[in-house]
Write a protein of this length. Structure first.
Length: 161
């Protein structure tokens, strides 16, 4: 079961996520950026849902620190206070997506599933099949091999008679 970390300072948001996503995912909670960094280091979630406004370090600073800690970790930013500036900054910091609260639950579920699917490693190619080994010719077989006749004599024009 995939592990998601919810980072938001409001307890009711965590409660809502547990009701909506609790059956499909193992959910971890953090209420600040500092706590989120600890949880990521200790629990290794596969995805983080990160609120933009947090006490202490804000969501964008936390995003930057998370990406230093685990660059491959997908982080979805969520906010009720969307601006073009924060959306652009989140994108430049490699946020997987940017959601504006309130959001559609079905769209959230699809986004999470799609983001996790993109993170799955591609299946490994099958191992190469061993080639049948052909023995290297021995010196005696090379020496005994018939010589080929040169084709150059066939290509030369014959003198006229």
């Amino acid at each position: 079961m995939d592990k998601l970390l919810i980072v938001d300072d409001e307890r009711n948001v965590h409660y809502s996520f547990r009701r909506v996503l609790g059956e499909a995912y193992e959910l971890l909670s953090a209420f600040s950026g500092e706590e989120a960094l600890r949880k990521v280091a200790e629990e290794s979630p596969q995805l983080v849902l990160l609120d933009l406004r947090l006490p202490g370090e804000d969501g964008l600073d936390t995003l930057q620190a998370l990406k230093r800690l685990r660059p491959e970790l997908p982080v979805i930013i969520m906010t009720a206070f969307a601006t073009a500036e924060t959306a652009i900054r989140a994108t430049t910091l490699n946020a997987a997506d940017y959601l504006v609260k309130p959001f559609d639950v079905d769209a959230l579920k699809r986004l999470i599933a799609d983001t996790l699917k993109r993170q799955e490693p591609a299946p490994l190619p099958p191992p190469p099949q061993p080639r049948p080994s052909t023995p290297a010719p021995s010196r005696s077989s090379v020496a005994a091999a018939p010589c080929r006749r040169s084709t150059r004599s066939w290509a030369r024009p014959r003198p006229a008679t």
